[in-house]
Design a protein around this ligand. Structure first.
Ligand code: PGA
Length: 264
């Protein structure tokens, strides 16, 4: 794992975007992005959008796959991930909406939603770069603790903790859906490159567990330790429980030129 500790939340966005841009340029304009919702990646998307506007990054042929969707929210509900991705990713990054995919969270088609989504990802040739956030309980996507480490896209039930964490986006806790369709941990692990961004002290325990703890289903993000190309970008508060923080800083400061990121 490559761990980059940044001095501020905005630097996390800059470094996260620089990493995504570096890989996207290597892959080319038809890059397949994996995109997360939630607060964590917003700064990264803002910087990526700046890069696109400045002509520094070409995503004109790019496709995107969201990690997850709530069950039972109409797609035009402002908190559906379909609409959230349109607002925070598709429009700012100038992606073609026909090439942006979100799992189908409709109640009447739930049974086949996972397999249909897996087929779409396969047909696109797989995800080149997966952008990830992390829940305070260590979930990635909506793979809650005890999710199978090899799981594929499927229906899951949200924990009370996740519903409480996400209640800030709704007018009350009761409005937060109880179910979701999420890419599985096996699906997420198939992405060729991954960039996980996290900020704030509320994520410190999860970051320490998934980076330095044992690989275990109780901390689903810990499976990323098995990923061949994962970069974890965090601010100081999110890094505050990492035992080896000084080592990661030292590695980053001393990295060879060919590993250096081009910041805007
Ligand atoms: P957040 O959510 O980015 O809004 O903190 C992350 C997650 O729950 O995966």
């Amino acid at each position: 794992m490559e761990i980059i500790i940044c001095s501020s939340e905005s630097q996390v966005g800059e470094v996260g975007a620089a990493k995504v841009a570096q890989i996207a340029r290597k892959v080319g304009p038809a890059v397949v992005l994996g995109v997360a919702t939630g607060g964590s990646p917003l700064a990264t998307y803002r910087v990526l959008a700046e890069r696109v506007r400045a002509g520094n990054l070409d995503l004109s042929q790019a496709s995107a796959f969201a990690l997850d969707e709530y069950v039972g929210l109409p797609i035009d509900h402002p908190q559906s991930y379909f609409d959230t991705i349109r607002r925070t990713v598709t429009e700012p990054l100038g992606l073609d909406p026909n090439r942006v995919h979100v799992p189908d969270g409709s109640l009447d088609r739930l049974e086949s939603a996972g397999d249909r989504y897996e087929d779409l990802i396969r047909q696109a040739g797989g995800v080149d770069i997966q952008i990830l956030g992390i829940g305070s309980n260590g979930h990635i996507g909506f793979n809650e603790p005890t999710s199978s480490l090899n799981s594929r896209t499927r229906h899951k039930t949200l924990t009370d903790g996740t519903r409480k964490d996400n209640a800030r986006f709704f007018s009350s806790l009761d409005e937060v859906p109880t179910g979701c369709v999420t890419q599985g941990l096996g699906t997420i692990m198939d992405a060729r490159h991954s960039v996980l961004v996290a900020t704030g002290e509320a994520k410190a325990r999860a970051i320490a567990a998934i980076v330095e703890g044992p690989i275990m289903a109780m901390w689903p993000g810990s499976i990323l330790q098995m990923h061949p190309d994962i970069t974890v970008v965090v601010d100081e508060p999110a890094a505050s429980k990492l035992i080896q923080a000084d080592y990661y800083k030292h590695v980053y400061a001393d990295r060879p030129d060919w590993q250096k990121l081009e910041l805007l």
